[in-house]
Design a protein around this ligand. Structure first.
Ligand SMILES: [Zn+2]
Length: 438
């Protein structure tokens, strides 16, 4: 089996004239219009309890402006969004059906997708991007039958490889057009002995992910602030719901808060997964072990907060996201039982006489460790069949979320920190102790 990885090149795109810019805007606007029309029909069908797959022929309606291939790409992208929505919904997760590009206040989001064999991208001295447009637009703008729209691109590709579906969009904030080009890169590590390392993840709320690798690295992604904000929004939703008139179940404001809550979580998860995979790839990790949902919910989290926790984490979405991103890096995700990894003492094997207080795990034999990092290490040792020497472990890398990025804190999580004070007020009831049940 040949292993490949997917990476994404980003470029700024400039039309060569005002007329070209007008044409490009029309093309992106028509794509957004197609997306929104199809989304509207599917949402109606969905809320009426009908199948969303039986729709009008939008390809036919938009072929004149977009060309057949581009119209098809937008439709395909839309179908992908619905399929992943249904998959998440099956697990009772807090996800909304696919939404529109843009909104009433700010207008449509100008965006399109172009099939991999439909565009040409050249960089260097004479950098340019050529994309197809439909016959109607060509006639309107005086392009020949075989002409494509030519645009200037700025920036060099970071990755060389086989080109995938191009995403083109208008960044209204920066007043710039941008292109995202996924490329498939042959994996240079294929013959390298480095590429058979493993890692294990422990998933929680105080710490979103604790990870240990067989190379002796540990990563800790903190979740306290993120979860606190999620909970605050949830409380605000409950407050608004209690004020609704009888017979009403939602309002515009409530729906907006739901969307905001979901978007924020998805963004943090996406970024976390990408950051983690970059790090694991650099470590030569080929396999990642992650606990199965039943274990995660039953062993780690008290029943009272299960529901909220499940909503917050959307565990199944997270695992999907993890698997999809891992694949881009040629890394395999294996879902395994992690029963007892949090409660078992790795030194004496005790399971009952151990306690957790905030981030600290203590055993009656005197052994102490960071609860989540320790759990990920035990989990890894069990499934990778290795025994990690304490002395061979690097100092854990601790990461916090600032709404855009996960960035490293220089402090070691083993030491006391302001966060620790907060968790010390907890009851010692597993991972969620410091999160509470409000
Ligand atoms: Zn012990």
């Amino acid at each position: 089996m040949s292993i490949v990885v997917r990476r994404t090149n980003t470029f700024a795109v400039r039309p060569l004239s005002d007329q070209d810019e007008q044409l490009l805007r029309e093309l992106l606007d028509a794509s957004a219009s197609l997306w929104n029309e199809l989304t509207y029909e599917r949402r109606q069908q969905f809320f009426d309890g009908e199948s969303v797959w039986d729709t009008a022929d939008y390809r036919k309606q938009y072929v004149g402006v977009l060309g057949s291939a581009t119209a098809q790409q937008v439709i395909r992208k839309n179908s992908e969004a619905w399929r992943s929505f249904f998959a998440a919904q099956e697990d009772g997760e807090d996800t909304a059906p696919p939404g529109y590009w843009g909104n009433e206040d700010e207008g449509r989001e100008l965006r399109t997708y172009i099939r991999n064999d439909q565009y040409t991208l050249e960089t260097g001295e004479r950098s340019r991007l050529e994309i197809p447009v439909g016959q109607d637009l060509k006639e309107e703008y005086g392009l020949g039958y075989h002409d494509r729209l030519r645009l200037e691109v700025a920036g060099d590709p970071k990755w060389e490889g086989e080109q995938g579906r191009l995403e083109l969009y208008s960044d209204e904030v920066d007043d710039t057009f941008r292109a995202f080009q996924p490329v498939t890169v042959p994996d240079s590590r294929r013959d390298s002995p480095l590429a058979d390392e493993s890692a294990a993840l422990d998933v929680g709320a105080n710490n979103l992910v604790a990870c240990t690798t067989t190379t002796g690295q540990q990563f800790l992604y903190e979740g306290r602030d993120l979860f606190a904000r999620f909970r605050k929004t949830t409380e605000e939703i409950a407050r608004l719901q209690s004020k609704l008139r009888e017979g009403r179940y939602s309002s515009r404001r409530i729906r907006r808060l739901y969307r905001k809550r979901t978007r924020r979580r998805d963004h943090a998860q996406d970024t976390l997964v990408r950051d983690l995979m970059e790090r694991l790839y650099d470590e030569g990790v080929a396999t990642v072990y992650v606990g199965d949902l039943t274990d995660v919910l039953s062993a780690h989290w008290s029943a009272e907060v299960n529901e909220k926790m499940h909503q917050f984490w959307a565990y199944r979405s997270f695992i999907d996201r993890l698997a999809t991103t891992a694949k881009e890096y040629g890394i395999t995700v294996e879902v395994e039982s992690e029963a007892y990894t949090t409660a078992e003492c790795p030194v004496c094997g005790e399971r009952d006489d151990t306690v957790r207080n905030g981030d600290v795990f203590r055993c009656s034999c005197g052994y102490e460790r960071h609860a989540d990092l320790g759990a990920s290490r035990t989990f890894l040792e069990r499934h990778a069949g290795v025994n990690l020497e304490v002395g061979s472990m690097a100092r854990p890398v601790r990461l916090t979320w600032d709404d855009h990025n996960w960035s490293e804190l220089s402090r070691s999580p083993e030491r006391a920190s302001p966060n620790e004070e907060r968790t010390n007020r907890s009851t010692g009831d597993g991972k969620l102790a410091s999160v509470g049940t409000a």
